[in-house]
Each structure stands twice: as structure tokens, then as C-alpha cells.
Design a protein around this ligand. Sequence first.
Ligand SMILES: NC(=O)c1ccc[n+]([C@@H]2O[C@H](COP(=O)([O-])OP(=O)(O)OC[C@H]3O[C@@H](n4cnc5c(N)ncnc54)[C@H](OP(=O)(O)O)[C@@H]3O)[C@@H](O)[C@H]2O)c1
Length: 291
Amino acid sequence: MASPSSSKTIVLITGANSGVGYAIAKVLVSTSPKYHVIMGSRNRENGRKAQETLEQELEQASTSNPNPTSSLLKGTLSTVTLDVTDQASVDAAVRHVTDTFGRLDVLVNNAGVYVPGKEDGIPNSSSSSSSSSSLTQQLEQTLPTNVIGVARVTESFNPLLIPSESESEPKPEPRLQSPYLLHITSSLGSLALAEDLTYSVRATAYRASKAALNMLAVQDAKVLAAHGVKVFAVCPGLVRSNLRGKDEQSRSAGGAAQDPEVSGQLILDIVEGKRDSHVGKFVYKDGVRPW
Ligand SMILES: NC(=O)c1ccc[n+]([C@@H]2O[C@H](COP(=O)([O-])OP(=O)(O)OC[C@H]3O[C@@H](n4cnc5c(N)ncnc54)[C@H](OP(=O)(O)O)[C@@H]3O)[C@@H](O)[C@H]2O)c1
């Protein structure tokens, strides 16, 4: 183990090279030196570039601050290559985190995809014109990342997240805080909200994937509570990202999307214990969603 980093809260975010994941990393490392954020990226080069961009962004913001007292980059960052659909990639990431940090304090299952369909009602560069994916194809392309990928990453990293209870194993250094497992879901995954017939977004494959993910969260919360792990299903809100496509109209959801730092702030509140009264629930910025 290169560095036990007992004075740090070690956070791994999957899919942190853009959108919500990048913003979570940004908010955490600009809040406190206690955070070490491992930015997961399925593409090594994109991960490296994202870390570099984030460090530059915060350094530049520090120098343009009229009252520069200290750097806005307070925490530390690193990257790991991690494709949630590839067990060998996840295993290699587990080895990296084990060898480098020896434990994990916060796992954010953020990586996700939206595969557009013609009738989805989500502003997207391809859904209105070229996409002709059938529902079956959309499900086949969505579930491996949004559901199986989350289950794979959670199962693989659980031994690093769960505090050791074995008398025979050497006691790890005490953690700063209880471990958190966060599944980034969507309000579109709520079965209760989906009953509202006036709600025009169809996105059936995406919604089914997030409903399934919500069930994983309910089950994980029950099992992991006994080990002191706090589990949340988290809707990050409608925020700017590449999820719906890379052109401006899609990124901003036709102008309706908020800055993803709103999502980063929500995750910060959760890992700082401010939402602990909602452990095991489906939370969003302003409260709790019905499952
Ligand atoms: N933006 C919103 O309004 C909104 C609302 C509700 C929920 N969400 C959820 O928020 C999460 C983040 O999405 P986002 O909006 O930030 O979109 P995004 O900018 O497209 O980010 C998605 C991230 O997931 C990564 N990813 C995709 N497949 C992967 C795989 N197989 N292995 C590892 N990483 C993979 C992407 O990597 P690449 O860059 O390589 O593609 C990217 O880094 C998703 O779970 C999404 O469902 C977003």
C-alpha cells in the first residue's frame, strides 16, 4: 500500500470525466483538503484530461478571485480507468484502489447512459432524426451500464467500503466518517411518478433502468446498514451534461437544465451527513422522492 491516507476521505466516482461526475469531484475538492477524489473514466486519456482541466479550472478561479486567500483546489485528485461493463477493468480498478489507499470511504455509482429512441420526448440531437433503436435495442444498450454495471462495481468494491470486522485481520486506521454508497438514479425511475399521465417524457428503457437501479439501492441499503454503510439513491436533478447528446440544445435540455454543480452540492451534503435522516431513501435536492 503506497499511502494509507487515513487523514483523507477517499471517494471514487464512476464516469467522472464529464457532467455530474465531474461536478461532484469539483465540489468535493474545492470544499475541503480532507477529500481525495478518484475520478473514474472508461477512457484513460479522457480521465487524465478531466483531472488536468479540473485542476486548471480551480487554479484559475483562485487567481481571478479578488481576495485570494488560498487555492480553491483544497482536496486532491487522481484518476483510474474503469469501464463498468467490463469485469476485468473493474477488477484492475479495485486492485489500484487497494494498493494505493487500502480502503474506500465513498463510492458514487454515477456512470450512466441514455440511449435515445424516437418517441422519448427528451431533447436530443439524434432522437428526433436518425435514431431508430427499438425498445429492445435500447434496453440491451442501457441495462449493462445503468443496472448491471452498478451491481458489478458495488459487489467488487464492497470489501473496500465495508469496515473490517475480522479479529484476525490487521485493524485498518480509523476512518474519518462512515462509508457511503450512492447510486445516481433519476426521478424518471420513480414508478409512483411514472403513473402521472400528463408527464410527457417516455424514455422507457432509461426509466426502466433507473427503476431497476432503485431496487438495487433498496436492497443494498438493507444489507449494508448492518455494516455501517449508508446507502442512498440520488436524483441529481435536470442538469447540463452529455447524457442527452453533445450539442448545446441537448446538453442544456432545451435550456431547462441547471448547472451540474447543483448535483455536486447535493452529494457533498450527503457525504457530510446533512441528509443522514434520509439514509436508505430516494433523495433529491429538496427532499425525498417516492419509489
Ligand atoms: N444530466 C441530467 O440531467 C441527469 C438527470 C438525472 C440523472 N442523471 C444521471 O447522472 C449520471 C451522470 O450522467 P451525466 O448527466 O453526467 O451524463 P454524462 O455527461 O454523459 O456522463 C456520464 C458519464 O458516464 C460515463 N460512462 C458511460 N458508460 C460508461 C461505462 N460503461 N463505464 C464507465 N463510465 C461510463 C461517461 O463516459 P464517456 O464520457 O466515456 O461516455 C461519462 O463520464 C447518470 O447516471 C445519469 O443517468 C443525469
